[in-house]
Design a protein around this ligand. Structure first.
Ligand code: DC
Length: 684
């Protein structure tokens, strides 16, 4: 298989590695740099917990391309937090932090959200107590909330009953933090991200099989840990969903995923794919923080998928990939048997139960075993709604299956994918579109646009896009499509409907139809209608609509429903289409795409003036800048239709431009784009 022929993508950074890097950076002495760290919910929860413990962490609010910097205060220098420390949904964060806290002379209560508070903590608490820390489950049951009071620890040897990278890391962190030797043994070899990072920070480890157990020893922990300087590789588990997509997509070209972590304790899924008849390869390219990384290549099997048996040691190296393996098994020939995966019952959900229930719901025969599943593959059409149980991997696994030919599988909670893979649904859609070539609707768009030039305008809040788009349209005699007004009309109609907007995430096509949203073009421009009645501007801009519209517009079914309506606006001499996804989804072939931006202070100033305020002073501007930044971060990281500049959009910085100049610039850009479109470069 060669690189370059077919699709090439990247996936977000590995969150296990990121969370370990954050905690180890906070234990180190000096400044650590963690590049390409994903800003998903779990890493943010861990970083915020460390901040609450007095560790300065910078760059978290920046884009994922900007590095995170951690000022490691050195050994046992964390501060007593004022209240309990919340790890939200991060199991890795809670368990590893418990280990690191065992070495700190503090008394800290760790808590988590409802789902994390059901996950077992006793397996961490017990060895930490033997080391000399006080660990109490404040509400019993061996779960969170849990108080960890640490300090001087003693050496132990831990014989784990199950292989668990989190337990192993917690004990290694406790020992390293306290400066005492330790040995951790486990029946199978679990992931070794912690060990690799500790080595990169100057800790000497001795590892190997001994009397049937995998043993990791630290004999002489150093007084201080050297800071880390690394770029987080792409998450193999996230990549595995796309590998599976390529396998299921049928006539797909080859898929290459670049820069993925290839730690051998994580890549067990590749061997299983090969046994299923898939051509899959990993090409190592380098090393970061002790972690190997490289490119993954996969091609769909020519003769269909074969069922496999997976169990024992092999499952440990692909435990997170069991959900995606289960959906592949649904499409394989024969019965796939997965065993040795009991651990999955205590993940974000009881994954074995969640997989069994959902596979049955879509028409797959499946038997649930105490520690696994037996799945009878089928080539019949699979359809039905699946329940995610707040579990990102369940959502993504069925999302991948739903994207395969002959499957119609809506998931009830797509947003949960955000936990480990922000942008998952967008990427799935993109690879799908690319693999199919240009899909039907894009072709119809192209036809319409050959008659009607489209200018797509988008931009950050306060950059002046609405007024600019309207004025440009007026100057050119084009229609002005205000897509935000259409999303507002849907929201208004929903709020006024019997069911309200409460369950919009599960809205059906029929219910969307029934809202009766339409657009009419008259002398005064665009008019949005709700069941034939013009929606009034003041109703569309009412506070209750503004408060609900971002949730409504994040629902994929709503967006899909509005697609053709928006495309039908491209008629007449030309169209200025304003809003979120105009240049990426609705009019991907727009003649010109403009992305308006401005210095945050200027954007803040304009917003205050726009809302009817007087010329603001510096403090008012700063306060608005903070609100804008928070909104930018939310807007650009949301899963569905995030605010992002289209790759081929021209960025126009309007900071120093008065409105008239701004409009003039865009009109000139339009003229140039239209001229180029009329006279394409002669063929060589
Ligand atoms: O631009 P506006 O404030 O009227 O937009 C209303 C909401 O709709 C805002 O939350 C962004 C969202 N929106 C969207 O998701 N996609 C669009 N094409 C336009 C607006």
């Amino acid at each position: 298989m060669g690189l370059g022929d077919g699709l090439t993508i990247r996936v977000p950074g590995d969150k296990s590695i990121t969370q370990r890097a954050l905690i180890l950076g906070a234990m180190a002495h000096g400044e650590s740099r963690i590049g390409a760290a994903p800003r998903g919910a779990d890493p943010l929860a861990t970083a915020n917990a460390l901040r609450a413990l007095g560790v300065p962490i910078h760059g978290l609010d920046g884009p994922a391309t900007a590095p995170i910097r951690i000022e490691g205060p050195g050994p046992r220098r964390w501060r007593q937090p004022r209240s309990s420390v919340d790890l939200h949904n991060s199991g890795t964060g809670a368990r590893l932090l418990a280990g690191a806290l065992a070495a700190q002379p503090l008394s800290v209560v760790l808590r988590g959200d409802e789902s994390l508070s059901r996950r077992p903590m006793r397996r961490i608490a017990e060895p930490l107590r033997r080391m000399g820390a006080t660990v109490e489950h404040l509400e019993g049951g061996g779960v969170l909330p849990m108080r960890v009071a640490g300090g001087a620890l003693r050496e132990i040897r831990h014989d784990g009953r199950v292989a668990s990278a989190q337990v192993k890391s917690a004990i290694l962190l406790a020992a390293t933090g306290a400066g005492v030797p330790v040995e951790v043994r486990e029946p199978r070899r679990s992931r070794d991200h912690g060990e690799r990072m500790l080595e990169a920070m100057g800790v000497q480890l001795r590892e190997g099989w001994q009397d049937g157990a995998w043993s990791v020893r630290i004999d002489a922990p150093p007084g201080r840990l050297a800071p880390l300087d690394m770029d987080v590789p792409g998450d193999f588990s996230s990549a595995s969903f796309l590998l599976a997509w390529a396998v299921l997509a049928g006539q797909t070209p080859r898929l290459t995923i670049r820069g993925v972590g290839l730690n051998p304790t994580r890549t067990g899924f590749l061997a299983v794919l090969k046994r299923m008849g898939v051509e899959a390869e990993a090409a190592e390219r380098g090393d970061a923080g002790g972690e190997p990384y490289g490119d993954l290549l996969v091609a769909a099997p020519e003769r269909g998928l074969r069922a496999v048996a997976v169990g024992g040691e092999e499952v440990t190296g692909m435990i997170d990939e069991v959900p995606i393996l289960a959906v592949l098994a649904a499409r394989a020939e024969g019965v796939t048997r997965i065993t040795g995966a009991r651990e999955l019952r205590v993940k974000e959900s009881d994954r074995l139960a969640a997989l069994a229930v959902n596979l049955r719901r879509i028409g797959v025969r499946v038997k649930e075993l105490p520690d696994g599943l037996e799945i009878d593959g089928t080539s019949r059409a699979l359809a039905g709604r699946v329940e995610c149980f707040r579990d990102h991997r369940i959502a993504m696994a069925f999302g991948v299956l739903g994207a395969a030919p002959g499957c119609d599988i809506p998931v009830d909670d797509p947003g949960v994918a955000d936990v480990s893979f922000p942008g998952f649904w967008r990427l799935l859609e993109r690879v799908g579109d690319e693999a199919r070539g240009r899909d039907r609707s894009a072709r119809s768009t192209k036809k319409e646009q050959s008659r009607c030039p489209v200018v797509a305008i988008d931009g950050s809040a306060g950059a002046g896009k609405s007024t600019t788009a309207a004025a440009v349209a007026a100057r050119l005699g084009f229609r002005h499509l205000d897509s935000g007004a259409i999303y507002r009309a849907v929201t208004l109609a929903l709020l006024d409907s019997a069911s309200g907007a409460g369950e919009v995430e599960s809205i059906s096509t029929a219910e969307l139809e029934a809202l009766g949203i339409d657009v009419h073009w008259g002398d005064a421009g665009m008019e949005v209608r709700i069941r034939g009645e013009r929606a009034r501007e003041e109703d569309l801009r009412a506070h209750r609509v503004t408060a609900a519209v971002s949730r409504v517009s994040a629902v994929p079914a709503v967006r899909a429903h509005l697609l053709e309506l928006q495309r039908s606006a491209a008629e007449g001499p030309g169209l200025v289409a304003e809003g979120r996804d105009m240049g990426t989804v609705v009019f991907p072939e727009a003649a010109l795409k403009v992305y308006l931006d401005a210095d945050p202070r200027e954007r803040a100033r304009r917003r205050i003036l726009q809302q009817g305020g007087a010329e603001p002073d510096a403090a008012e501007v700063e306060a608005e800048v903070a609100r804008l930044r928070a909104r930018d971060a939310r807007d650009s990281t949301r899963v569905v239709a995030p605010l992002l500049k289209a790759a081929d959009a021209q960025r126009l910085d309007t900071t120093d431009l008065d409105p008239e100049t701004q409009i003039e610039r865009i009109v000139q850009l339009v003229a140039r784009a239209l001229k180029q479109a009329r006279s394409p470069l002669p063929a060589p």
